[in-house]
Design a binder for this molecule. Structure first.
Ligand code: ZN
Ligand code: FE
Ligand code: FE
Length: 294
């Protein structure tokens, strides 16, 4: 049986092993959960589910004691529900609808989504449009998948960098019970939140949205100072947030049953996740990155 800390990273889903390969990759990092895209993050091409080796992956998870209800699917970046362009909005609803169906097919319950960018149409327009788009997709698919809106860095015209914006999207949807939030530590810091005082931040979040909506955490260090609105993830301990603060999020009692997912950068084409996960389980290692440079 795997130990209880729910932590993993994003993993690939590639030919020929597809989902079975995703589970194997996660296990190779010592992870107890993981996040994946059901196809390329940048486009809507999707390999048919029958080819994805889903049964094999689920069987391996079961054998290793991984709870499949805790794994996370990330929706592709091309979705922009805040777009004022009709074709973009319609494509986004169509792709999101398909991802809702695909997420359930893997046994997953949580689909992380970037709310969208209004591209100059205005924040209120964006919020209204996102709520509408979510409802169209959720109307079309009746399953038990929750869409977790990610807290954004506030780069460009991104909607969702303030808790109030996410609260407003949820409020305007008629499917509130199927909406949640994914907290990203890099994004929250970039958008200006002081993430070092976790209790105060979670009190604020609870007042505005409600902590019961938290369905996923993205644990990333940030290359930039608080408020930079850049969205550049850094490896754990090599950014402006630092290991100690991130470690608090990983072990915070409130997030005990919530999957913590690393989306930190590769180092010279090598995944850092085994080392980063190990540091959250066993304590910080100084200069851990040095072993990649050999
Ligand atoms: Zn994301
Ligand atoms: Fe993220
Ligand atoms: Fe990011």
């Amino acid at each position: 049986m795997l130990d209880k800390l729910l932590i993993g990273s994003h993993v690939a889903m590639n030919r020929p092993k597809y989902f079975l390969g995703s589970v194997e990759e996660a296990l190779s990092y010592g992870a107890t959960t993981f996040m994946f895209y059901t196809g390329a993050p940048q486009n809507s091409f999707r390999v048919p589910l029958e080819q994805c080796k889903i049964d094999e992956g689920r069987a391996l998870m079961k054998e290793k004691g991984m709870d499949e209800t805790k794994i996370i699917v990330h929706a592709p970046y091309i979705i922009n529900l805040a777009s004022a362009k009709e074709e973009t909005f319609e494509m986004s609803v169509r792709v999101l609808t398909n991802e809702l169906i695909r997420t359930a097919a893997f046994g997953a319950k949580t689909l992380v989504l970037h709310p969208g960018s209004h591209v100059g149409a205005g924040l209120d327009f964006g919020i209204e449009r996102i709520a509408k788009g979510l409802d169209l997709a959720l109307d079309a698919v009746d399953n038990d998948v929750t869409i977790a809106l990610e807290t954004m860095a506030g780069k460009g015209s991104e909607v969702g960098s303030r808790f109030e914006e996410l609260a407003e999207i949820i409020k305007r949807s008629k499917h509130q019970e199927r909406l949640g939030v994914c907290l990203d530590t890099c994004h929250m810091s970039d958008s200006g939140y002081d993430i070092s005082s976790i209790d105060a931040l979670m009190e604020e979040f609870d007042r505005i949205i409600g902590v019961e909506r938290i369905k996923c955490l993205h644990i990333n260090d940030s290359k930039n100072m608080r408020g930079a609105r850049k969205d550049r993830h850094a490896n754990i301990g090599y950014g402006e947030i630092g290991y100690d603060i991130l470690n608090k999020y990983v072990h915070y009692e409130l997030f005990k049953d919530v999957s913590k997912i690393l989306e930190t950068p590769y180092i010279d084409d090598l995944a850092p996740y085994k080392q980063e996960i190990s540091m959250f389980k066993n304590g910080y290692v100084e200069h851990w990155m040095d072993e990649f440079k050999k």
